[in-house]
Design a protein. Structure first.
Length: 244
């Protein structure tokens, strides 16, 4: 069995950052790269949502949050350390909905949904979620989404990125990758296949290639032991069999 591709910073007991850099190369943020020029390689960073669309979405959700009998109003409160903000939480169909409200401002700052992935089998779906967020411009870069994502990771959720990301979402994942195991995997036949090497350009742009973040208590070794993470060679074998 090959060594796990997922790595982490040394203070948490994972392989050194230099090893992580060697594995992932130019897909890392600038703080983790070597000083030599490298070709830029990233996942599909092409999601752009107009600010007015986000504001309209948040305004409608804020009304529902305080409308008696509306499913959105059936929330508990999460004790996240976000001064001036109230964090609401509800679960529906196995998905977590987090609404961050500016009570004094009388508006919704934003929300995050930890979505289930129909691309994954039932066993993997128990442990992995795909976070999707929308936050108003006035509340971005204030650590709100980071706190919400950290809540999910702390309770043991693992994350899979969406097929596409916005610039802000990609930056958030890279920042979280400083504190949690971060790597790449390919979704193939409803299973996650660990990419032990930096994906080449063709694989990087494929919709099946995703980033994964591991929550508290998880490691690549544990995922493999439970049959939730498979070797990349398995995915290649499946492609060859289909061509035969």
């Amino acid at each position: 069995m090959s060594a796990p591709a997922l790595s982490m910073v040394p203070q948490l007991g994972f392989p050194a950052l230099s090893d992580f850099t060697a594995r992932w190369g130019s897909v890392l943020p600038r703080w983790a790269r070597s000083p030599q020029p490298e070709p830029r390689a990233e996942l599909r960073i092409d999601v752009v949502i107009a600010p007015e669309t986000i504001e309209q979405d948040l305004a409608a959700l804020h009304q529902r949050l305080h409308r008696p009998g509306d499913p959105v109003s059936q929330c508990a409160t999460l004790p996240l350390n976000l001064p001036g903000l109230r964090v609401h939480h509800r679960v529906a169909d196995g998905e977590d909905y987090i609404y961050v409200e500016d009570v004094l401002g009388g508006r919704l700052a934003g929300y995050t949904v930890f979505k289930r992935l129909v691309e994954l089998d039932r066993r993997t779906d128990r442990h992995f979620r795909a976070p999707h967020s929308r936050y108003a411009a006035a509340y971005q870069r204030r650590g709100i989404a980071t706190a919400v994502y950290e809540w999910g990771l702390a309770r043991g959720d693992c994350f899979v990125s969406g097929a596409r990301q916005s610039v802000g979402a990609h930056a958030l994942w890279q920042a979280l990758g400083r504190r949690h195991p971060l790597g790449f995997a390919e979704i193939r036949s409803k299973r996650l296949h660990d990419l032990a090497r930096p994906p080449d350009e063709a694989l990087m742009t494929a919709l099946s290639t995703r980033m994964i973040l591991l929550g508290s208590g998880w490691s690549a070794a544990r995922l493999r032991a439970l049959g939730l993470l498979h070797d990349a060679v398995d995915a290649e074998g499946e492609r060859l069999l289909r061509r035969a």
